[in-house]
Design a protein. Structure first.
Length: 319
């Protein structure tokens, strides 16, 4: 029989074996081994040995606390959903190279109305962790868009053009949403040359922050053409001591300044009077609701007046 004075008297494996036997005894493995037997133990009074009782302890490894927190996200109505992310708390919660798998999801989509949507998650991690998941919030905010009335240019007298608009930015209206817009201007086909404001209003839905910006309807002068001018000669081009001026008639209701100058050898006070050949230089300049210049050149020929001289008959007496 061996004595146990110091722990170092036994090897590591022998100590483990003693613990194993102790456990087996506690679990009833040797329950009947001493049945109908007698055990006698003597302890001399002079013994310096000490009886030692050892009870084993238990080292409990608890699950490690870890919190998976879904990050809050903000998106704009109509835009693609941002990538869903998360963070681990505390930051050093994962140890021994362990990997956590987190599947995040939300009901929010590019077509979801303005509002707040839960970000949920499914966490996969070993049983060595006590996992807590904290959901996040995906908030969809209003989409900003400007509805701009298009600037329009029309020529005086033309029929009134259709009023149109555009969205700024170009992709400002999402999901083929309907835009409700009214546009108006005081300009008409009879309005004078000038600029006229284009007013209106616009609305879409509660998913938008809408700004309306007016435009300008500009009416520019109509350019005159030779068809807008008619040139008439005098009724008579026979010399009669009066001026033989051309008459310029304006057609189609245009307004214009007319200037006619003449060159030739028989001009009196700038006008063709005497018999001869003259050149008429015609300039017509649009005014008011008309612009442009039309020029033309005409030849004016004043013919001499025919005069018949008749000698008077006379009678006389011879001698």
């Amino acid at each position: 029989m061996r004595n146990w004075i110091r722990l170092t008297d036994y090897s590591k494996d022998e100590i483990k074996e003693i613990f194993k036997i102790s456990s087996d005894i506690l679990n009833g493995k040797y329950k009947n081994i001493l049945k109908e037997k007698t055990v006698v133990m003597f302890f001399p009074n002079t013994s310096i040995r000490t009886r030692v009782t050892f009870e084993k302890g238990v080292y409990t490894v608890k699950a490690r606390d870890i919190e998976i927190i879904a990050d809050n996200k903000t998106g704009i109505y109509g835009d693609a959903i941002s990538e869903l992310t998360y963070k681990v708390s505390p930051e050093n919660a994962l140890v021994n190279g362990d990997i956590v798998k987190v599947d995040l999801s939300t009901d929010a989509t590019p077509k979801s109305n303005v509002g707040k949507y839960d970000i949920l998650g499914n966490v996969t991690l070993s049983e060595n962790y006590n996992v807590t998941f904290t959901k996040g919030v995906y908030e969809i905010t209003k989409r900003s868009v400007t509805i701009k009335a298009d600037d329009i240019t029309a020529v005086y007298g033309e029929p009134k053009k259709e009023l149109t608009y555009k969205a700024i930015p170009a992709n400002g209206v999402a999901n083929n949403d309907m835009v409700f817009i009214t546009l108006d201007t005081e300009a008409t086909s009879k309005s004078n040359v000038g600029t006229y404001p284009i007013t209106g209003s616009a609305s879409i839905s509660n998913n938008y922050e809408v700004t309306f910006e007016g435009g300008t309807y500009t009416i520019i002068p109509k350019t005159i053409t030779p068809a807008d001018i008619k040139i008439k000669e005098p009724e008579s081009l026979v010399y009669d001591a009066t001026s033989k001026e051309l008459v310029v008639e304006l057609q189609n209701g245009i307004t214009a300044d007319v200037e006619v100058t003449y060159t030739g050898t028989g001009i009196v006070d700038g006008k063709p009077v005497n018999a001869g050949t003259y050149t008429a230089n015609i300039t017509v300049k649009g005014t008011g609701n008309y612009d442009g210049v039309v020029t033309d050149t005409k030849t004016v020929i004043i013919t001499p007046r025919k005069v018949t001289v008749t000698a008077d008959n006379k009678t006389s007496v011879y001698g």
